[in-house]
Design a protein around this ligand. Structure first.
Ligand SMILES: [Zn+2]
Length: 480
């Protein structure tokens, strides 16, 4: 068949879950891709009748189902070498200050490169095609280059804070403190602006860079508000942790007489270009504040379960959605969550609130798939290009192997995807019109070599950070 070299036509896909505004499910679907973009998504019959001559390559989609690539709206790619290193019985603040920070302090440039490569291979194997990274430990450019090398789409940033604790805890190195903790908000914002100017639009636009900060106690009000303002001026976004645990909310209450989101809102910190990670400790009024400012939320179910954040006990994610807040899903990282598998987050989001509220009409499969795809894209300000299978969007998608036992047999593809499937039945992951995971291999990296490096480096970092010793605190009074 003669046609443009860069055009590919998938014919006779068993289904395409479009996640378009009508959540159209097309059976016997045909999808035409040209120059990395989706040109048509419709029935194979219509597509072949009209566009058969347009594609140089026609692929038989029988036994395959196509879904938009998943969007991970909150991840720490610099943490991938800390899998199952920290205890699983500690709360968020001790976890951050006494375990994660010492670990970060000993992740060098090369460690971070391997960490990002390893994390992105897990993502591609799990159908994730786009991420929002919280911030590089060393250099946003390391994340940008490694992610582009892996062939995944994403938003990078640089870890920043400006309020040191009164005393430096064990494991925090002067270098890390010097690098993460700027003398003031102005100095931090100058460096973050430079990162955006260096990396936003890298790799033909596959990589973007935002004005990300750590958030919460280690950041001044000026930095929270300044990040939002700078992001607006640069036409990008910002993300930070806030209201990430009930402990944080209680400390904020004691100190400022209000919970974290109310405090930041009063200071002028909320805006439509902000993604708040977690937002688990929120009041009804704060849900209205988020909606009123069109601020987005990244809900991280696995982290909530592992660190006991209370998503089901106190979280107001269904109420946020009802109020019109965009609630995306994040994995947070392998140490906070245990995995970078967004399909697992989707599964949890689809079930946690039905069970907690004893209400089968709460967030279910349809809503969870939207949160994992188009609403993630909206949170990242990228929904004009990704998040659904629609003409004009970039070709980021996942093909499921419907001969796998997880799909054997199935009727409703949406329910089967959310409740039955896992990354085990992913056949291929495509980003920007290119297959990057296929036949059990991530095609862009040498995974065997990567795994060897990762195991060695993980052990070395843990040792250097002193996290293999028994006296590391499991509670904290820091920033109390
Ligand atoms: Zn996080």
């Amino acid at each position: 068949m003669i046609g443009p070299v860069n055009a590919t036509l998938f014919a006779h896909l068993d289904f395409a879950l479009t996640v378009d505004p009508h959540d159209r499910v097309i059976r016997d679907a045909g999808v035409l891709i040209e120059n990395g973009r989706i040109v048509a998504v419709e029935s194979t019959e219509n597509l072949l009748a009209r566009d058969a001559g347009k594609a140089a390559t026609v692929l038989d989609g029988r036994g395959r189902g196509m879904v938009p690539g998943f969007v991970d709206a909150h991840v720490h790619l610099s943490e991938t070498l800390s899998r199952a290193v920290f205890p699983d019985n500690i709360g968020t603040r001790a976890w951050v200050f006494h375990w994660a920070k010492p670990f970060y302090a000993h992740v060098d440039l090369e460690d971070e490169r391997f960490s990002v490569l390893l994390g992105t291979t897990e993502m591609l194997r799990s159908g994730t095609t786009c991420f929002l990274d919280m911030g590089a430990q060393n250099d946003a450019g390391v994340t940008a280059r490694a992610a582009a090398e892996a062939g995944i789409r994403g938003i990078v940033g640089r870890h920043a804070a400006d309020v040191k604790p009164a005393e430096l805890p064990p494991g925090w190195t002067p270098e890390m403190v010097e690098h993460h903790f700027f003398p003031n908000a102005e100095a931090a914002l100058e460096v973050l602006e430079q990162a955006v100017s260096d990396w936003h639009g890298y790799a033909n636009g596959l990589i973007r860079c935002w004005v990300n900060i750590e958030g919460k106690e280690p950041c001044s009000p000026e930095l929270h508000v300044g990040a939002r303002e700078l992001a607006e001026r640069l036409g990008v976004g910002t993300t930070y942790h806030l209201a990430s645990s009930i402990e944080e909310a209680r400390i904020s209450e004691q100190r400022y007489g209000r919970w974290p989101i109310t405090r930041i809102a009063e200071l002028g910190g909320l805006g439509p270009n902000l993604v708040i990670a977690h937002a688990v400790a929120t009041t009804d009024e704060e849900v209205s504040l988020l909606a009123g400012h069109a601020t987005k939320v990244a809900f991280c179910p696995s982290t909530s379960l592992k660190l006991g954040k209370g998503a089901t006990a106190i979280g107001k994610y269904p109420e946020m959605r009802d109020a019109g807040v965009t609630v995306a899903l994040g994995t947070d990282g392998v140490s906070a969550a245990g995995n970078l598998n967004l399909m697992r987050q989707m599964y949890l989001a689809a079930g946690l609130f039905k069970d907690a509220r004893i209400d089968p009409t709460a967030i279910g499969a349809r809503e969870a798939l939207r949160m994992a795809t188009i609403e993630g894209a909206e949170a990242l300000g990228w929904d004009d290009e990704i998040g659904s299978l629609e003409p004009g969007k970039r070709a980021d998608f996942v093909l499921f192997d419907l001969d796998h036992v997880e799909w054997m047999p199935y009727d409703d593809p949406l329910q089967a995807l959310v409740w039955s499937a896992s990354p085990a039945s992913i056949a291929e992951t495509w980003v920007d019109g290119r297959a990057v995971y296929r036949e059990g291999r991530v095609l862009t990296v040498d995974e065997a070599e990567l795994h060897r490096e990762a195991r060695e480096r993980a052990r070395a970092i843990t040792r250097r950070a002193g996290l293999d010793r028994s006296e590391v605190p499991v509670t904290t009074t820091l920033y109390g």
